[in-house]
Design a protein around this ligand. Structure first.
Ligand code: PLP
Length: 380
């Protein structure tokens, strides 16, 4: 994490709002994931933060990528295609999985030349893939419990367990190859039992598929959802990793390739936002700070990601509970109604927010004419 001195220096040099990406922290997060989940190849979920510099750093560290649209696919492809392949693995899709179960036929047509690995979860998708991307390999996305995840996804995607093997056999009959199974337990999953339930469910589907004569599966994708340590209530990743390793070793033979799609886990702790106080008022007795970044910009996660970000001041002083508002004219543009900040901050003073790398700058808009925060990279 960048020191407070460095953050202030960068803000002075580049202005605000500023979004600071620490590549040393990205490498640390990748290394920790690999060390604690040695059987698992990390496919960074690009939607968390698609910055090309982040993609290159994670690629150099040994990472692969999960994409969900043609533009995301091309950002990754263009940024890694000329880099040396350090860790070639023995399946052809060792660097990218296209993990969107519903793909437009136009996307499939563009994808086909790359012989991609794609996910699916319904019969119509089999017809689309057969017709528009017949060279793709398939991975069946299963519906798994999302209880306790900060962002719930099970109502949108995933084959019900009861129809999973029928969908595998249908793809096989269409002349496609189902390479394996995938699931996503929901983002910021702090209920580790969800991973246990999902891995067990996948193991049962594997077995049922074999019992019914389908033996070509050799891959399990355990998805994303690995929680970022936003606060002390999040149990250590080490504990989750131990649980996952135990279930994988118990239920899946050594020769099965295991993938994961961590997004938040890789980038959340690597980025810090710095913004400036542009106005100050007292309304109904409550101190209100207005800053030059907000929920249409770097703090978009407050809305889309159901995430709370705490703000800190560089300046010290007696604190009180304040509201912090973004710069746009929309009343929705509220970063927080209850931040404990020094009451003596003035126009021009800076605030910063740590652990804001995931689902933040990625969904920043130009609403009301305010551009997204400037991005600076450190320790690249
Ligand atoms: C969003 C998403 C991810 C990444 O989720 P995180 O919670 O950021 O790890 C992984 N896989 C799929 C299919 C997703 O939709």
């Amino acid at each position: 994490m960048a020191s407070t001195r460095l953050l202030q220096k960068l803000a002075k040099e580049h202005g605000t709002p500023l979004f600071v990406v620490d590549h040393e922290q990205l490498r640390k997060n990748y290394a920790m994931f690999k060390k604690l989940l040695p059987r698992v190849q990390a496919y960074y979920a690009v939607k968390a933060n698609p910055d090309p510099a982040i993609i290159r750093t994670l690629y150099k560290a040994g990472g692969s990528f999960d994409v969900a649209s043609m533009p995301e696919f091309l950002i990754v492809y263009e940024n890694i295609k000329d880099m040396p392949a350090k860790q070639r693995q023995d399946w052809i899709w060792d660097k990218i999985i296209y993990a969107n179960p519903i793909k437009a036929t136009e996307a499939l047509e563009q994808l086909d030349q790359y012989k991609p690995l794609v996910t699916y979860d319904n019969y119509d998708e089999i017809i689309k893939i057969k017709r528009h991307a017949p060279h793709a390999g398939l991975c069946l996305r299963l519906k798994v419990p999302n209880t306790g995840a900060m962002v719930e996804l099970s109502s949108k995607f995933g084959a019900a367990p009861g129809e999973a093997v029928d969908l595998i056999l249908a793809a096989d009959k269409a002349g496609l190859v189902v390479e394996g199974l995938s699931f996503h337990v929901g983002s910021q999953t702090t209920n580790f039992a969800n991973y246990v339930a999902a891995i067990n469910l996948a193991a049962n589907i594997y077995k049922e598929a074999r019992d019914r004569g389908y033996t070509k599966m050799n891959l399990l994708d355990i998805g994303g959802g690995f929680p970022a340590p936003y606060d002390a209530t999040v149990k250590p990743f080490r504990e989750l990793a131990r649980t996952i390793n135990r279930e994988l070793d118990r239920l899946f033979p050594k020769n099965i390739q295991i993938l994961a799609e961590p997004g938040r886990f890789m980038v959340a702790t690597a980025c810090t936002a710095v913004c400036k106080i542009i106005g100050k008022a007292r309304r109904d007795g409550k101190l209100c700070y207005y800053v030059n970044d907000g929920v249409y910009h770097t703090f978009s996660g407050v809305i889309f990601d159901h995430c709370k970000y705490s703000l800190k001041a560089f300046k010290k002083g007696p604190t009180e509970i304040c509201s912090v508002f973004g710069p746009t004219c929309d009343a929705l543009d509220v970063i927080s109604m209850a931040e404990n900040l020094p009451a003596n901050l003035e126009r021009g003073d800076l605030l910063y927010s740590e652990n804001i790398g995931a689902y933040s700058h990625a969904s920043s808009t130009w609403f009301n004419g305010f551009p997204p925060a400037k991005v600076v990279h450190i320790n690249q």
